[in-house]
Design a protein around this ligand. Structure first.
Ligand code: HEM
Length: 463
């Protein structure tokens, strides 16, 4: 059934196509292969065949929820040991998915978001205090490092009433190091042959056990602190929902083990990708003076002279939002997602798929398909997201948050947080890129601009 799907020409026994693959950048490696082989292709590794899809038409077909569903495979499956049947890594058939989804979805409603807004502002203030110090000292800022501090504190404070104190330390919080360790390990397990894994990954495996134990200990402490304090009244946040809310119809509750999985899931999924999205956006803004000027003019106009924006004033930053969308188009920080056939079907009317067969959608390449994005897909241009430009494009060609029932539950949260922070930073600083910097994208399942620094100057108060 795969014979119509192209693959790289030279294939080695057992190792398949992985030799010559770049172990630290498997996604960018697949992008290179995809450019050569076209909108659907396969790569073989260790006796297994993986199908990749990026053509706009095929990806739109895979978005058909009647015939396809999320597949928990590759990197996502490798996170099962740490995230278990938490929302992100749950199999579709696991009852805890629907249960947790129904219990937690109201935590992302408009009212809930409006409630998080003041906490998001608190954390953003910690960021600008740190950047003011750097600016005064004439030092550059570590963009991904500081965006990670910001987004981790934001999800921890809003979702769990917890303060990691990231801004009080110079190094990343150990929770972040442990998380990066487990994400990188999950990625490496895809590029090491299973029979050799016990040898090649022996020491990495031990470290991963230690990282997972650290994550578990951290969330257990967060939960224990809440249980101890809960007599003093509810926060109404995600953790309260997990601990106290029963399913509206069945009355069922989340088990303590599942709560542990959900807390890890939300602490990780709730910050890592948003941090990357903000970092890429700041990279492009610092390199695109016209875009930056328009974005800043919008902030000045919409927010006026008020010290801090109200909740409703964030979504009004339409152009800033387009800057974010365009950054997520070029570098969707969760760069792919897998789809499996619910029943025997034919993908795009051409490729037969058996029930359970699956393909990985390469969002980075889908977002560059000239059929949807025109002849210069590499160009950064936020005007691709004006309402009329969006209407003129086919559906299902922009998927940074996945698709269907298992799409990102935190989308509005991420967009509100990121738009708010970009607005605050644009209003406060001029951004000066390091002229020698060329964008390098680091991969640890998620994407992050590697080594990105910026110099800042405060805008004159009159502005
Ligand atoms: C799912 C991307 C922010 C929580 C997903 C998926 C994608 C994604 C692509 C689907 C994965 C798949 O199909 O396998 C992103 C990006 C973000 C972001 C690019 C930021 C720019 C957030 C935030 C939260 C969050 C802020 C929580 C506060 C989740 C959860 C799921 C998910 C729990 C699993 C949903 C389910 O299967 O029911 N995200 N996400 N994400 N995301 Fe996000």
């Amino acid at each position: 059934e795969l014979h119509r799907i192209p693959h790289p020409p030279r294939r080695l026994p057992f190792l398949g196509d992985v030799l010559g693959a770049h172990a630290r950048t498997p996604l960018q490696d697949s992008m290179r292969v995809g450019r050569r082989l076209g909108p659907i292709f396969r790569r073989k590794a260790f006796g297994k065949e993986f199908v990749f899809v990026w053509g706009a038409e095929l990806a739109a077909d895979l978005a058909d929820e009647a015939r396809f569903a999320k597949h928990v495979g590759l990197g996502v499956a490798n996170l099962r040991p740490v995230a278990g049947d938490g929302l992100f890594t749950a199999y579709n058939h696991e009852p805890n998915w629907q249960l947790a989804h129904d219990i937690l979805a109201p935590g992302f409603s408009r009212e809930a978001m409006a409630g998080y807004h003041p906490l998001m502002l608190d954390v953003a203030r910690q960021l600008t205090a740190r950047w003011d110090e750097r600016e005064a000292a004439g030092r550059a800022v570590d963009v991904p490092g500081d965006m990670t501090k910001l987004t981790l504190e934001t999800i921890a404070r809003t979702g769990f009433g917890h303060d990691f104190g990231s801004f009080e330390r110079s190094a990343p919080h150990p929770f972040v190091s442990a998380m990066v360790g487990t994400l990188s390990f999950a990625q490496r397990r895809n590029v090491v042959p299973p029979p050799l894994a016990p040898v090649l990954l022996w020491s990495a495996d031990r470290r991963n056990d230690a990282d997972m134990a650290y994550l578990n200990r951290t969330v257990d402490a967060v939960v224990a602190a809440r249980r101890a304090a809960s007599a003093t009244g509810g926060h109404g946040d995600l953790l309260d929902r997990m601990l106290e809310v029963a399913h509206p119809e069945t009355g069922e509750r989340l088990s303590p083990e599942n709560i542990r999985r959900q807390v890890i899931t939300f602490l990780v999924a709730g910050h890592e990708t948003t941090s990357g999205a903000l970092s890429f956006a700041l990279h492009y803004l610092s390199r695109s003076p016209d875009v930056l000027a328009r974005a800043r003019a919008e902030v000045d106009e919409v927010w006026g002279t008020e010290e801090e924006p109200a909740y409703e004033q964030v979504a009004k930053l339409r152009y800033v939002r387009r800057v974010l969308d365009e950054s997520l188009r070029l570098w969707p920080t969760a760069p792919g997602f897998a789809r499996e056939a619910r029943e025997d079907t034919v993908l795009g009317g051409v490729h037969p798929m058996r029930r359970g067969a699956w393909a990985l959608v390469l969002a980075t390449m889908l977002h560059r398909d000239p059929a949807a994005w025109g002849e210069r897909p590499e160009e950064f241009d936020p005007d691709r997201f004006t309402p009329s430009a969006v209407r003129a494009r086919p559906a299902h060609v922009f998927k940074p948050f996945g698709t269907g029932a298992r799409a990102c539950i935190g989308r509005q949260f991420a967009l509100h947080e990121a738009t708010l922070v970009l607005g605050l930073l644009l209003r406060r600083y001029d951004l000066h890129p390091d002229p020698g910097y060329r964008l390098r994208v680091a991969e640890r399942l998620t994407l992050m601009p590697d080594g990105l620094t910026l110099r800042l100057t405060r805008r004159s108060p009159a502005a």
